[in-house]
Design a protein around this ligand. Structure first.
Ligand code: NAP
Length: 247
């Protein structure tokens, strides 16, 4: 018996990178998965096709999860496709590197609107769809929430906020049997970090990572499956660092 048979999961930002891997791993454990994306329809369709060809169930649903109307449509389409909701992975996020002198209202709002406000609005909307048995919410945070590297203060602050939201909402949602935790990856090679030119600079972290390399999306997804599954039934409000030992 697969760990997530009969469960329905929404993964935001699942057309590529860490989210795509999370979607594939949840489906491999039996969950029906909604593969959300903002603009990369081709990427999302490819993830769905991979899941289906492995015998799983998935649909792609477009929606900008920084926008309330899109979030409402995302869950309405989830219900239409699969009837309920058991697992929400708030993974969509953006990182824009800027030192103090380069921080603007625009780059502040772009990052906070998606990484923090979007996560709050998505969680709020999801509550309307979880059943009486509750469920699990996993937030993709980051090692930067506590490592606080120079040059990415706004992004670091969004992820510190995510950790705090996981702890706070765990207290608010426990009575509904909904658990909520953060997974905090270290540097990961993804489409996003490639296009931001970060993979080369990340190699400096490999040298000081006990396990000797930077991470891949498939290093993160099994931790999300664990937090989504009954194996973690007594865990809520936690931050799980998945970093090869880099802290
Ligand atoms: P990525 O390769 O850039 O992929 C981002 C995903 O998010 C894409 O599927 C993208 O969809 C989607 N997305 C972006 N804006 C969206 C929006 N407004 N609404 C819905 N979906 C949206 O990113 P990644 O590197 O995998 O990172 C994923 C998460 O992990 C983020 O929260 C990031 O902060 C966190 N993280 C990453 C690293 C790392 O080193 N990579 C480390 C720690 C934490 P479209 O392509 O359609 O826009």
């Amino acid at each position: 018996m697969k760990k997530l048979s009969g469960k329905v999961a929404v993964v935001t930002g699942a057309s590529k990178g860490i989210g795509a891997s999370i979607a594939r791993h949840l489906a491999a454990e039996g969950a029906a998965v909604v593969v959300n994306y903002a603009s990369s329809k081709t990427g999302a369709d490819k993830v769905v096709a991979e899941i289906e060809s492995a015998g799983g169930k998935a649909v792609a649903v477009q929606g900008d999860v920084a926008k309330k109307a899109d979030i409402e449509r995302l869950f309405a389409e989830t219900q239409a496709a699969f009837g309920t909701l058991d697992i929400l992975v708030n993974n969509a996020g953006i990182y824009e590197g800027e030192a103090l002198g380069q921080i603007t209202e625009a780059n502040f709002h772009r990052q906070f609107n998606l990484n923090v406000l979007g996560l709050i609005l998505t969680t709020q909307e999801a509550l309307k769809y979880f059943g009486p048995e509750g469920g699990s919410i996993v937030n993709t945070s980051s090692i930067v929430s506590t490592l606080s590297p120079a040059g990415t203060a706004v992004y670091n602050a969004t992820k510190a906020a995510v950790d705090n939201l996981s702890r706070t909402f765990a207290k608010e949602l426990g009575a509904k049997k909904i658990r909520i935790n953060s997974v905090n990856p270290g540097p990961i090679e993804t489409e996003g970090t490639h296009s931001a030119g970060m993979v080369e600079p990340f190699q400096a972290f490999a040298a000081v990572t006990p396990l000797g390399r930077i991470g891949q999306p498939d290093d993160i997804a099994p931790a999300v499956v664990f937090l989504a599954s009954p194996d973690s039934r007594w865990i809520t409000g936690e931050t799980l660092y998945v970093t090869g030992g880099l802290r």
